[in-house]
Structures are given as structure tokens and as C-alpha cells.
Design a binder for this molecule. Structure first.
Ligand code: ADP
Ligand code: MG
Length: 694
């Protein structure tokens, strides 16, 4: 139960006086359903609009407010010309200029002789001043803010409306007990919570908007602290859950290891031991496996699955896309058949009788290892005895999906794998509820990938060289050509991909293929299969191939508009090559107008091939939010914590939360009680329940 103290902050947007259902829906979409959500929507800018008494010494292009008397209207002969209202005031002649005006409205509302306040950008013109489309025209000065706060806005929800709502809500905001550690608060000069909100919503200069502003820092810290505390509470709870205890015999895993054409790396062995210990314990395994692209996660997953199967349980591997699920199925099935292990596949594409048969075999235990997409854990899929669920490329799934999975499969051991390393400072935010293992060693014999950066103008030359390389290579060699398609609905991007495909056909004829997100699943598969089988030399693709695809003779990766990708994305793509023993090449093509960040990113890509190093660099360049993939993944997004500085805050907040919980695990001390309020404030209600359960 949320403390009554917080009730005013959890009223609905629609209950703010003067906010109708239509507006409240728009506000909810922009900020969220509650009053508190509007408070978390912090300003993005501020305009200073001083009252100008005398225009004599005012520099042109000044934003300001003046008092004027209307002296006349100039109605233009055609609609194409502007309507002008002539005024006198502040020691000068001022014209108010309107395009797209409403003639009779202007004439009635602003009659000659009337004295009004006008605010806007004051521009010089012959013989005086003008304001094009004044921002304000009012009878009283009170209606025009001197410091005009600008909010991130959306269609139908402007700053003016937000200002009005914020000031109304602030006046209703309760005093809350202090949950910060006094020493920490004093050291950083952090204001009390209410003061912080008030100050953060009333910036006066651009500096007030910086994350280093104590008011903003306070709010950001609160948010991060609530999050870390909640994660630790869940974790306390999760680790107490009983799990399926597995006692592997080794008869399948040993056989597989014998027939593998390679030795497991030291890191793979270490991780397998960590997993075995978890599986063998009384409590549920919830483990994250971080391993760079190409570090060999699949085989680790398979060995873990086999050890569960040895003990008579089933295992499931979930991949984020159909393509990946099918690729895993093909490889894993081939390895499992000789061992006598039955593998099935289930994606959205298995329908009708095929699907029904899979479901029956799953329920009877006939299928021992099931591979699929998220379809795997939906509705009617019932296992006979599921012992281990593995999620591949976990960053593609949201934390929510992950948690729902843990909840659904009571006590089932869970291994999630990601190729996107998370900097240590962020690991706990993203994966605070999990144990973690790292595959920090690449299989032996890999050649480093050479990375080159070049402008798009080099494309013709590049195509020529690629053609030669493919024709003259002693061993079969293939290339990926990636065009960005960030948003599947972006038509221009799609056109660009198709155009590239057609252009390359001129050189490569029918030996070039195309895959993009708008193709049907089977069509995509067919093209991918032809590429994997070596029937295509060049595969033009959007980022659908981003994750997991494994084609050994692909040794060239060309990425167009590389500046549009983040480091993690580029690294993932680059990881598609360099999988065999041949030397591979990655070419990053960029346009002419590069931002500093984009330049830095491309430079970092050229300098390092280590995913963990890249992750740290990425944190510096992009900020935490994007690394955590919060935007796409539906992880609780930080709204007040500025991501550029969140690294430090997170670190401190994590330590803080750990210390608090170690001294006061049930949050009963005075600070603990206040922290409960903080948790409720950020709607961590479920997490608080765990305090009771324990
Ligand atoms: P990722 O971690 O990116 O999922 P994969 O599991 O797809 O990587 O492995 C990449 C390639 O490396 C695969 O072709 C796999 O067979 C191979 N591989 C895995 N482990 C080893 C190893 N210890 N030695 C050599 N090759 C390995
Ligand atoms: Mg993989």
C-alpha cells in the first residue's frame, strides 16, 4: 500500500483543473499517467524575456517584453502579404507582423488606441522595430514570464500548458522525509526534495539546466537510488527461490566435447563450471553470460543444455529473431543427432499441425531441447520438465520480458547471454538481479579484423577492389554490405538499400543478394541460406543480420553511413566477419558532415576490437541510456538522471543501496522508512512487497 502522504502525487493527469480528456491523453503519452510523472518531466531550456523600458540601447534580435500603444492597422491588399499592426512604445515605433492571420480577429482584439504588453524577438527595421508573430500579446504583464521555461514537448502539449500544470502540481506537493544520507547530501550541497523540484522547474540560466546543477543532481540521484535499491531487493528475493536442482552425469557433454573440431577456451571452461555449480545448487540459477561477438557463447549454451538433459530435464534456447533461431537449430540439431538428443524448433512460423505436433512432443518430453523465438514462452507452450531456459542475445529482449520469464517458469534455471558487454559501472543497473559470467577470451587462431574508415565518395573504387578480392581469393570469400535501416518504416532508407543492391548487381550480377526487414521470413531465410551456402558473393542487408549470423567465409564487412550506428551496433556488425582463420576486413563508410562524436566513434572502432574496451568508450561517448538499450528494450528508463553523468551516480547509488540494505535489510530504521517512501515514489511497489515476504 502506497503511503497516503504520496497520494497527491498519484492523482491522474485528467484531475488537474482545466485539463480535458483529450489533452490529458496527450499529456499522459508525453509524461505518464500521474501528477508525479509531470514533475519528472524536467525543462529542457529557458528563455530570458526582460521587460525593456527603452529600445534605444537595445541590441537587435533581443528577446524581450515592451509596453506599447496600438496606433494603426495595415491591411495588406492580398493574403500573400503580411498583416501589420503599428504601435508606439519603449521610445520607438514597433510593427507587429503576422502571416497567416485572421483579419477580423486581429482588428477586434487589438483596436487602435489600446495599450498592451507585447513580447517576442525584437528586430530592427527601417525607422524602427518589428516583432514577427509576437509570442505574447496581453493586457497585463503578469501573463508574460520573465524566465520562460521550455519543456520537451509534443504535438498538442506545449511548454505553456506544461508550465501551468507543473506550477499547479508543485503547489500540491507534500513534504517528504529525507532519505539521503546526511553526509552525502552536505558534501554535494544537495537541496531537499521539494526545493530541488521547485528549483529544477524554474531555471534562470542555461547552467541551471546542466546535470551538475545541485537540484537536478538531487532528483537524478533519487531516481537512480530508487532503481538500485529496487534491484537489490528483487535480487535478495530471487536468490532465495528454490530452483530445479540438476545432477549432470556428463555422458552427453563429454561425447560432444570429444567430437568438437576445437578445444574449449579457458574462459568457456570456467563459465561452464560456474553454470554447473549454479545448476547443482538448491536455488534457482539466474545468470548472465557476457561474451563478445565470436567468443563462442553458443557452444556454452549447448553444453549447459546437454547437462540438464542428461539428468532427464528439458532445455530451451530462445533467440531474438527467426533467422537466428533457425541458424541455431540447424547447427545444434546437427551436433545433437549423433548424441541421440531430440531437438525441436518453435517460432511464430510453425503453424497448424506442425505446431500441434511440436507442442505434443514437448509436453510428453519427446523433444528434449527446444529452440525458438519468444513464441517459445507464450500462451500454450507447456514443457514436460523444463530444467533450463537460455536466452540468446538478451539485449534484444527487454528486462520486462526477462522478468516475466523468470516468473512464469518457477524455479527454472535461467541463463541469459549477451554480446553487448556492459561497462562494469552499469552492470548492476542493467543486470542487478543476476549473477554474471564473462567470456573474455576469444577462441585461438582468430586473426584480428582490420578496420578502415573512408568517405562514401570511395564507393566506386571500393566496389572494384571488392570484386577483385572476391575473384582472386585463394579460398572462397564473401562480403556483407550493410545499409542502415534504423526504423523499418523509413521509406528513404529502404530505397537506399534497394538502390545499392541494384548498383552492385552491375558488378556482381546474380551473385549479390538482398535482405531487409520488410521481406517475409521465408524470403529472408532463402537469401540467407544462399549466402551461407556460398551461392552469393555479396549480401546487401539492413541490420536484420546484426545479431548472431555465422558464416565463416564472409571476410569483408562494409557498413554504409557508419556514423548512424552506435559503437555497440558497429561492433556487432563487425563481429559477423573474422569468424574463420582468414584475415578479415571491415570498412566503415561515412558521409561528409561528421559530428565530433561520430568521428570519435569511428576512430575508436579503428583502434580497438575488444568489446569490453568499446563498451567503456561507448559509455563516454553516448551515455548510459543508449548502452543499456533502455530506449528499445522497455527497461525502466531514467527520466531525470542525465545519462552522460549517470555512470558516477550509478556507482555511488549502488554502493549506497548496498550499504543501507546490509545494515537495515528490511528498511526499518528512520532512513529505511524514508527510503520506502522513495521506492513508492518511483512505483517500486512490487519490490517493497519482497520486504514483507522475506
Ligand atoms: P557468439 O559468442 O558470437 O555467439 P558463436 O557461438 O557463434 O559466437 O561462435 C563463433 C564461432 O566460433 C562459431 O563458429 C563456433 O563454432 C566457434 N567456436 C566456438 N568456440 C570455439 C573454440 N573454443 N575454438 C574455436 N572455435 C570456437
Ligand atoms: Mg551468438
Amino acid at each position: 500500500m502506497r503511503p497516503a502522504l504520496l497520494n497527491p502525487l498519484f492523482r491522474s493527469v485528467g484531475s488537474i483543473p482545466g485539463i480535458g480528456p483529450k489533452i490529458s491523453r496527450l499529456v499522459e503519452r508525453l509524461c505518464g499517467p500521474y501528477w508525479a510523472d509531470i514533475l519528472w518531466h524536467l525543462p529542457s531550456g529557458v528563455n530570458y524575456r526582460p521587460v525593456i523600458q527603452d529600445l534605444i540601447n537595445t541590441p537587435p534580435n533581443t528577446l524581450g517584453t515592451i509596453q506599447v500603444q496600438i496606433t494603426g492597422h495595415i491591411v495588406p491588399p492580398t493574403r500573400r502579404q503580411p498583416y501589420r499592426i503599428l504601435c508606439e512604445g519603449a521610445g520607438a515605433t514597433v510593427e507587429l507582423v503576422f502571416f497567416n492571420y485572421h483579419k477580423s480577429y486581429l482588428q477586434q482584439k487589438w483596436p487602435e488606441g489600446k495599450v498592451i504588453w507585447v513580447s517576442g524577438r525584437l528586430e530592427r527595421q527601417m525607422g524602427g522595430w518589428k516583432i514577427l508573430h509576437p509570442d505574447y500579446m496581453t493586457d497585463t504583464l503578469d501573463d508574460i514570464p520573465v524566465y520562460e521555461v521550455i519543456y520537451p514537448q509534443s504535438q498538442g502539449v506545449g511548454s505553456k500548458l506544461l508550465r501551468r500544470m507543473v506550477s499547479f502540481i508543485l503547489s500540491a506537493t507534500p513534504d517528504l522525509p529525507e532519505w539521503l544520507d546526511p553526509a552525502f547530501q552536505a558534501k554535494h550541497h544537495l537541496p531537499f526534495w521539494n526545493t530541488a523540484l521547485d528549483v529544477a522547474h524554474h531555471p534562470k540560466t542555461a547552467t541551471d539546466l546542466l546535470p551538475t546543477n545541485p537540484a537536478r543532481m538531487r532528483l537524478a540521484y533519487d531516481e537512480v537510488l530508487a532503481n538500485q535499491l529496487a534491484l537489490l531487493l528483487v535480487r535478495q528475493q530471487a536468490s532465495r527461490k528454490k530452483g530445479v536442482r540438476i545432477q549432470p552425469t556428463g555422458f552427453l557433454t563429454d561425447k560432444l566435447i570429444d567430437v568438437l573440431p576445437f578445444q574449449l577456451t579457458g574462459a568457456q571452461k570456467r563459465v561452464l563450471i560456474e553454470i554447473a555449480q549454479d545448476l547443482n545448487s538448491e536455488s534457482q540459477m539466474i545468470r548472465l553470460l557476457q561474451g563478445d561477438v565470436g567468443s563462442g557463447k553458443t557452444i556454452v549454451a549447448l553444453l549447459a543444455a546437454l547437462s540438464v538433459i542428461e539428468d532427464g530435464y528439458q532445455a530451451a534456447i530462445m533467440a531474438p529473431t527467426d533467422i537466428l533461431a533457425r541458424q541455431h537449430f540447424a547447427k545444434i540439431e546437427a551436433l545433437c543427432r549423433p548424441l541421440g538428443v531430440t531437438v525441436g524448433i518453435l517460432t511464430g512460423r510453425e503453424k497448424g499441425t506442425v505446431r500441434a505436433k511440436i507442442l505434443t512432443d514437448l509436453a510428453s518430453g519427446e523433444i528434449q531441447l527446444l529452440i525458438g523465438t519468444h513464441a517459445l514462452f507464450t500462451e500454450h507452450v507447456a514443457f514436460h520438465r523444463l530444467g533450463l531456459a537460455i536466452i540468446d542475445e538478451q539485449h534484444k529482449f527487454g528486462v520486462q520480458q526477462r522478468l516475466s520469464l523468470i516468473q512464469k517458469q518457477k524455479g527454472v534455471n535461467l541463463l541469459v547471454m549477451t554480446a553487448t558487454p556492459i561497462p562494469r559501472s552499469l552492470a548492476l543497473t542493467a543486470y542487478g538481479d543476476m549473477d554474471s559470467s564473462r567470456l573474455d577470451e576469444k577462441p585461438a587462431g582468430r586473426q584480428p579484423i582490420e578496420t578502415r574508415v573512408m568517405p562514401v565518395a570511395k564507393i566506386p573504387e571500393l566496389v572494384e577492389r571488392l570484386h577483385q578480392r572476391i575473384q582472386n581469393a585463394p579460398e572462397k570469400t564473401q562480403a556483407y554490405w550493410i545499409c542502415p535501416l534504423v526504423d523499418e518504416s523509413e521509406k528513404t532508407d529502404l530505397t537506399a538499400v534497394k538502390a545499392r543492391y541494384e548498383a552492385l548487381q552491375k558488378t556482381f550480377g546474380s551473385r549479390v543478394g538482398l535482405v531487409h526487414g520488410q521481406m517475409k521470413g521465408i524470403e529472408k531465410d532463402a537469401v540467407m541460406e544462399r549466402f551461407a551456402a556460398g551461392e552469393l558473393d555479396v549480401l546487401v542487408a539492413t541490420t536484420v543480420i546484426e545479431v548472431g549470423v555465422d558464416v565463416k567465409s564472409a571476410t569483408v564487412m562494409i557498413i554504409e553511413q557508419a556514423e548512424r550506428f552506435g559503437l555497440a551496433g558497429l561492433h556487432q556488425l563487425r563481429g559477423r566477419v573474422g569468424r574463420g582463420s582468414d584475415k578479415s576486413l571491415c570498412i566503415l563508410l561515412h558521409g561528409s558532415h561528421l559530428t565530433e562524436t561520430a568521428k570519435a566513434r569511428l576512430r575508436v572502432m579503428r583502434e580497438t576490437d575488444d568489446g569490453f574496451v568499446l563498451a567503456e568508450e561507448d559509455l563516454k561517448l553516448r551515455g548510459a541510456g543508449e548502452i543499456l538499450g533502455t530506449r528499445q528494450s522497455g527497461m525502466p528508463d531514467f527520466r531525470m538522471a542525465d545519462m552522460q553523468t549517470a555512470g558516477d551516480l550509478l556507482w555511488t547509488a549502488t554502493k549506497d543501496a548496498q550499504t543501507v540494505l546490509s545494515l537495515d535489510p528490511k528498511l526499518e530504521s528512520p532512513r529505511g522508512q524514508a527510503l520506502r517512501i522513495l521506492l513508492y515514489l518511483f512505483q517500486k511497489d512490487t519490490e517493497i512487497q519482497t520486504l514483507k515476504a522475506g
